[in-house]
Ligand binder design. Structure first.
Ligand SMILES: Cc1cc2nc3c(=O)[nH]c(=O)nc-3n(C[C@H](O)[C@H](O)[C@H](O)COP(=O)(O)O)c2cc1C
Length: 222
């Protein structure tokens, strides 16, 4: 990357794009995210970090207009214009629990990817299994939800760097959304949805000043 753009330019780019982005309320329905950009965004989700590397999530692309219409019934009315106009709609789902079989499958992938015998990751596997065996079901669901929000952050930042607009949407009813997506009886459940695309010129929200507390208020240097 340093061959293409120097470090100072990257600093400026991050700063300017994070100022540029805002929670887009209305998208330009005629503008679509290119396949290459979409690939970059999906990769930013796939590569998102997670505690122990467990990736306890699943991402659902809901682009058909029939599905979008159904999703409208699962969201607060304020989010309807985003579902109607965004180029892409994504639902970020978490695992409801972490079965031992899932942890074992992950450990097999670690061993295979790093070309090490499965025995070399046995202690790590046991530590994780023991940790989650002490978690009540609700605590497991909270933990997987937290991990899924890390993926959300990665997606929003990557999109901003590509000058792609987004709006994260917690204003969805996860139970209804699960029904629409057929997740109810699975081990996955809706956490948050994201609308992605390009801002409409009509969207007044783009002119609102960004509201953030000052550095002094949000940082303590000790
Ligand atoms: C996790 C999360 C959920 C959000 N849910 C909604 C939502 O349902 N509808 C909406 O219009 N904005 C939603 N927002 C947008 C926030 O209101 C917005 O990010 C915040 O006010 C800061 O403004 P900015 O993103 O424009 O800088 C959500 C943002 C986040 C991070």
């Amino acid at each position: 990357m340093s061959n293409v753009i120097n470090h100072e330019e990257i600093q400026k780019l991050i700063h300017s794009q994070l100022q540029w982005r805002y929670a887009t309320k209305v998208f330009d329905g005629n503008k679509k995210i290119s396949e290459a950009d979409w690939e970059t965004l999906t990769e930013s989700l796939r590569l998102a970090p997670s505690s122990f590397g467990l990736q306890p999530w699943h991402f659902i692309v809901a682009n058909s207009s029939a599905l979008r219409e159904q999703l409208v019934t699962a969201t607060t009315p304020i989010n309807k214009p985003k579902l109607d106009t965004a180029s892409h709609i994504l639902i970020l789902a978490r695992m409801k629990s972490l079965p031992v079989e899932y942890i074992d499958a992950y450990m097999e992938l670690v061993a295979k990817t790093r070309e090490t015998p499965i025995g070399a990751v046995q202690d790590y596997r046991n530590m994780i299994v023991n940790k989650f065996s002490t978690f009540p079901a609700e605590a497991q669901a909270q933990w997987t939800t937290r991990q899924t929000y890390i993926a959300l952050g990665s997606l929003l930042t990557s999109a901003a760097l590509l000058s792609i607009d987004t709006c994260a949407m917690e204003g969805i009813d996860p139970i209804k959304c699960d029904e629409v997506l057929g997740l109810t009886k699975t081990n996955y459940g809706t956490v948050v949805a994201v609308a992605l695309g390009y801002r409409s010129e009509e969207d007044k929200a783009q002119h609102a000043k960004k509201v953030r507390f000052s550095m002094d208020q949000v940082f303590t240097v000790m």
